[in-house]
Design a protein around this ligand. Structure first.
Ligand SMILES: Cc1cc2nc3c(=O)[nH]c(=O)nc-3n(C[C@H](O)[C@H](O)[C@H](O)COP(=O)(O)OP(=O)(O)OC[C@H]3O[C@@H](n4cnc5c(N)ncnc54)[C@H](O)[C@@H]3O)c2cc1C
Length: 535
């Protein structure tokens, strides 16, 4: 048994920030517990290595969703990083903060201190905005997180943006300024052509301090309580006997939207009926734990292309050898690619105040049955993707056993809500229209997914149900708030009704942010660290 001021569970996007900030003034000792191992795998470092790491069982919890009643009862692979840096070491490196209205909505919902004006200083403090510059009133200049523009944009991305402009969706200079509408090249969490993960940005610098200890390959099995106060964590080192880390001040849960509610439930905190179902004694009934799970559901349209070198050809044979050499010498080219290159934010219907749809574009195409961005097609192609920004569909996360090694039930309930279905159908029709719009149309040989058999709204919806997938953004399963279904106090990050236990990770988001969820998680951890230190 060892004792620290703070015990942080999880060295992912949020946990790395926590280790760095809680230890910064040198007054407190911090232990960080991580179930995964070191992040030395070369494919973590090379941006295009995403394809290799996303389902690598050595780096991954290897979850899948429960059968989705509105997506033809399909189960969907649901990767989560299990390695230093967490999902931040296997993600697609796209840096997206969301809309200012997202955070103003959180404040409206009762999360005092979480409006855009409140959180902007934390977005700024976190980042160093690299080669792209940006307006210093909204962008940071000297934070740990490196955010850069793409080093080698593809000509098809320009054609994609120009086709959008021809349909009225213009280019926007900085989609991370709070106002998103328009098209752009995605900004990447990268430094000089290498992934810049939370472990690079925060954890390694924290580990240079004498007051930080990292325990790797160690699964947190239980939160230990004395009465209603959390006093530590019982964990199991790889293949070893259970050990204990005691926390003098706080246990801080940063295990992410799946593992944080699971750990709470198996430790006796959650929906009392659910806990009894798995034979766990109720220490503290908190019905919101594991509820309100939301995720982005994406669908795509792809086309065979001509007259340009898509990533499909460039990632094979001699051309790949050339790309590897180019990357080694210049840190440019194909290997610096994120899964998506260009994107956009659009409104799918009249009368909306802000965009409700995110667009993705890749100068590459994938085999028809492939999930996400694995299995490149053998023919040259491009992919247009979309996901509704703030899904109304909600699901749950439920531990199925008191054994921490048993995977929980993950039910995001994709497409349960009519509004989500309507928005996706409108966006897919728009993406097909783009394929017929110059200058993008000049490169199109034919649409091959879903192809001309899909025409009516019903057929588009059937395509979405049958082929859509996660964009890996689960949030909200231990949400901030002050109502009876809320789990975390927005002013202190304390779990309602308990002492010595705080949560700071993607599970805290009350509603979905309008975009990829890393930046918001990073901001939550930055702000939470101040709230915790101020306590
Ligand atoms: C494949 C993929 C692609 C993505 N692409 C993007 C993108 O391009 N842009 C973007 O903004 N977002 C993206 N995301 C989402 C983003 O990475 C997450 O929102 C973010 O990492 C969530 O941070 P977190 O700290 O909540 O959880 P994580 O980063 O997942 O960290 C949780 C950590 O806790 C550890 N842990 C969990 N349980 C335990 C336990 N019991 N004991 C010990 N350790 C434990 C885990 O191993 C992990 O390291 C992607 C995610 C994935 C999986």
């Amino acid at each position: 048994m060892e004792e620290f001021d703070y015990v942080v569970v999880g060295a992912g996007a949020a946990g790395c920030v926590m280790a760095y900030r809680l230890s910064a003034n040198g007054k407190y000792s911090v232990a960080v517990l991580e179930a995964g191992g070191p992040d030395r795998n070369i494919f973590i470092k090379i941006p295009a290595g995403f394809n290799k790491t996303v389902y690598d069982p050595k780096l991954n919890w290897g979850y899948e969703t429960a059968p989705g009643p509105h997506i033809d009862n399909r189960r969907i692979p649901f990767p989560r990083g299990k390695v230093l840096g967490g999902s931040g070491s296997i993600n697609g490196h796209l840096y997206v903060r969301g809309q200012s209205a997202d955070y103003d909505m959180w404040a409206q919902l009762g999360c005092r201190g979480w409006s855009w004006d409140d959180v902007l200083p934390y977005f700024k403090r976190a980042e160093t905005r690299g080669n792209g510059g940006g307006d210093p009133s909204v962008r940071g200049t000297d934070g740990p997180l490196n955010i850069q523009d793409q080093r080698d944009p593809h000509p098809l991305s320009d054609a994609y943006m120009a086709a959008n402009a021809a349909l009225g969706l213009k280019h926007t200079p900085d989609y991370n300024s709070g106002n998103q509408e328009g098209t752009f090249l995605y900004q990447q969490m990268m430094k000089d052509g290498r992934r810049w993960s939370p472990a690079d940005a925060y954890l390694r610098p924290a580990l240079t301090r004498p007051n930080v200890k990292l325990v790797q390959r160690a699964l947190a099995e239980r939160i230990l309580f004395e009465g209603k106060r959390a006093v530590g964590i019982r964990y199991r080192p790889d293949g070893g006997e259970p050990m204990v880390l005691r926390a003098r001040r706080d246990v801080v849960l940063c295990g992410g939207s799946i593992n944080t509610p699971q750990l709470l439930q198996i430790s006796g905190v959650g929906d009392a009926e659910w806990l009894r179902d798995i034979g766990v004694e109720v220490l503290h009934a908190l019905p919101g734990v594991g509820k309100n799970l939301r995720d982005h559901y994406a669908t795509r349209v792809s086309a065979l292309v001509k007259g340009t070198g898509s990533l499909n050809e460039r990632s094979r044979g001699l051309r790949l050898v050339g790309e590897v050499l180019r990357y080694a010498i210049t840190r440019k080219g194909l290997l610096t690619s994120s899964p998506s290159h260009a994107g956009g934010y659009m409104k799918t219907r009249e009368g909306l105040e802000t965009p409700d749809m995110q667009l993705y574009f890749a100068p590459a195409s994938y085999a028809a049955g492939a999930y996400g961005v694995t299995d490149l097609d053998t023919r040259p192609g491009m992919t247009l993707g979309c996901s509704q920004l703030r899904p109304e569909s909600k699901g749950w996360l439920k531990a199925l056993s008191a054994d921490p090694r048993v995977k929980p039930e993950i039910q995001p309930n994709y497409l349960a809500d009519q509004m989500d279905r309507d928005a996706l159908v409108a966006a897919m029709k728009y993406m097909r229209q783009l394929l017929h719009t110059k200058p993008l149309a000049d490169f199109v040989l034919e649409e091959n997914f879903p192809g001309p058999a899909v025409q009516t709204d019903e057929e588009w919806l059937a395509h979405a149900r049958a082929t859509g997938s996660t964009t890996y953004h689960p949030i909200g399963s231990c949400r901030l708030g002050t109502d009876p279904m809320a789990v975390i106090d927005p002013l202190s990050m304390r779990v309602h009704g308990l002492d010595g236990l705080r949560i700071a990770d993607a599970s805290a988001m009350p509603t979905m942010v309008s975009g990829n969820t890393y930046a918001a998680t990073n901001m939550i951890a930055e702000k939470a660290s101040d709230l915790i230190l101020a306590a």
